[in-house]
Design a protein around this ligand. Structure first.
Ligand code: IMP
Ligand code: MG
Length: 427
């Protein structure tokens, strides 16, 4: 029963796509279980670069079953575009399965995401405006529309009618903007349904049967711990649960069926969107990380905010997701920096804080406490084992591991599949 959950350990964009792609080689199933097309994964295969938002990165292998689980919110138009993009590039999508229970992002969700953000002014979240929050709001309010509903014309029409009555009113009266016409939406969405029908299935059952047969299942998380609705920097979070526990709910299996939890950890820290970020650097080092690490959002193109490694965060992730090990990515981006800093705690007034605080006002006032380590200047992008790394790089890794309280099992030293060092196999 080898099943591995892979999650983001910081604010997302840790390089999960690359690690998933790498691990997918030995997996039989790759499953997404939360989020939607707010996520963005860049995967480099040979000379080709793929940008994926919704479809599990395992799709790049012809023989893997790829599942979009019930916990994901799906924009069917975006999904079809992504499928077409893959087909054009010669990738087979026959092995894709979509949960019938997954909720659908509707045009009014996207519109609401925009107008709600605008109405917040300076206190905006900085969402990706893909309709993710409003879709999860409707799910929790029990007025959402699921794939299984979309596949039944009558049910879909009824749900759409109910929703438009309320949403058009809201858009007009509160946000002073246009609503949507039922027939237009029906036509567009029933077209989507026609094309996607054959991929819909009871995906929890597929996963269950695969595990029973001893197959390898990889659960691919999106975003990261600090964007978690419960455990992140609320309200500057996404509306789903990037922590490992969500894989069970979002895919339809129990915690006893999980064997390992791998946290993907970037060798420094980044964040897109608003909200406090204690180790953020607005200097030359921050610029170095952004430029060398090519830190721009895959989904929105926004430059990511960059900063030093924060071990308070990674220790928090080890706790809240029960990490069995970490995959450290982008270590090569630190090459050339004379001195490296690792945040080991925060100074808040006269207090020293070593556990990630829940109070955002406190977090915003926290000053990072740094430990300094010498950097390295040697090129590490062709290292194939830990011993190939300069001693300073080995020491940096060791320190990250000690402070986070989890072993490092995988190390990324470049963007390619081959630029990955394995210390401990997942499958
Ligand atoms: P939403 O998920 O579009 O509602 O955006 C909420 C917050 O999560 C914003 O700060 C986004 O920038 C952030 N966010 C959402 N998805 C990702 C991701 O895949 N990587 C990094 N940040 C993300
Ligand atoms: Mg991303």
């Amino acid at each position: 029963m080898p099943s591995v959950i892979l999650i983001g350990s910081q604010w997302g964009d840790e390089g999960k796509g690359k690690v998933t792609d790498f691990l997918a080689e030995k997996a039989d199933l790759v499953v997404r279980y939360q989020g939607g097309n707010n996520a963005g994964h860049t995967v480099v295969v040979g000379e080709q670069e793929f940008k994926l938002h919704l479809i599990p990165s395992g799709i790049l292998y012809p023989d893997k079953t790829c599942i979009i689980g019930n916990g994901v919110v799906i924009d069917p138009g975006v999904l079809l575009k992504e499928l077409d993009y893959l087909i054009e590039r010669g990738i087979s999508i026959d092995n894709l399965r979509i949960s019938e229970r997954a909720h659908i992002i509707m045009p009014y969700h996207k519109k609401l995401d925009e107008v709600i953000e605008e109405s917040k002014g300076a206190s905006k979240i900085g969402t990706t405006k893909r309709g993710i929050g409003p879709a999860y709001m409707d799910k929790a309010a029990r007025v959402g529309i699921r794939f299984v509903d979309l596949l039944d014309n009558e049910v879909f029409e009824e749900l759409l009618e109910q929703n438009l009555r309320e949403k058009n009113n809201l858009l007009a009266k509160v946000y002073d903007t246009d609503g949507f016409d039922k027939d237009d939406v029906m036509e567009e969405y029933l077209g989507f349904a026609d094309r996607l029908r054959k991929y819909c299935a009871d995906t929890s059952l597929i996963i269950h049967n695969a595990l029973k047969a001893g197959k390898n299942v990889l659960f691919e998380g999106a975003q990261g711990t600090l964007l978690d609705l419960d455990h992140g920097t609320y309200p500057y979070v996404t509306s789903s649960h990037p922590i490992a526990g969500a894989a069970c709910i979002g895919a339809g299996l129990g915690p006893t069926q999980i064997s390992k939890v791998l946290g993907v950890v970037k060798a420094y820290t980044t964040r897109v969107g608003e909200g406090p970020f204690p180790t953020e650097l607005n200097d030359e080092v921050g610029k170095h990380l952004g430029t060398v690490g090519f830190e721009f959002g895959t989904t929105t193109g926004r430059p990511r905010r960059c900063g030093w490694f924060d071990a308070v965060i990674t220790k928090y992730t080890v706790r809240t997701s029960g990490l069995t090990s970490m995959a450290v990515t982008k270590l090569d981006v630190l090459t050339g920096l004379k001195t490296l800093k690792i945040c080991t705690g925060y100074r808040w007034g006269n207090e020293i804080i070593t556990e990630f605080p829940s109070n955002l006002k406190v977090l915003a006032q926290c000053e990072p406490i740094y430990e300094e380590m010498p950097g390295w200047s040697e090129d590490i992008t062709s290292a194939t084992k830990i011993e190939d790394l300069p001693v300073a790089a080995q020491n940096y890794l060791k320190r990250i591991s000690e402070l986070s309280e989890a072993p490092v099992s995988i190390l990324g030293v470049g963007t390619r599949r081959s630029q990955t060092i394995i210390m401990d196999e997942m499958f």
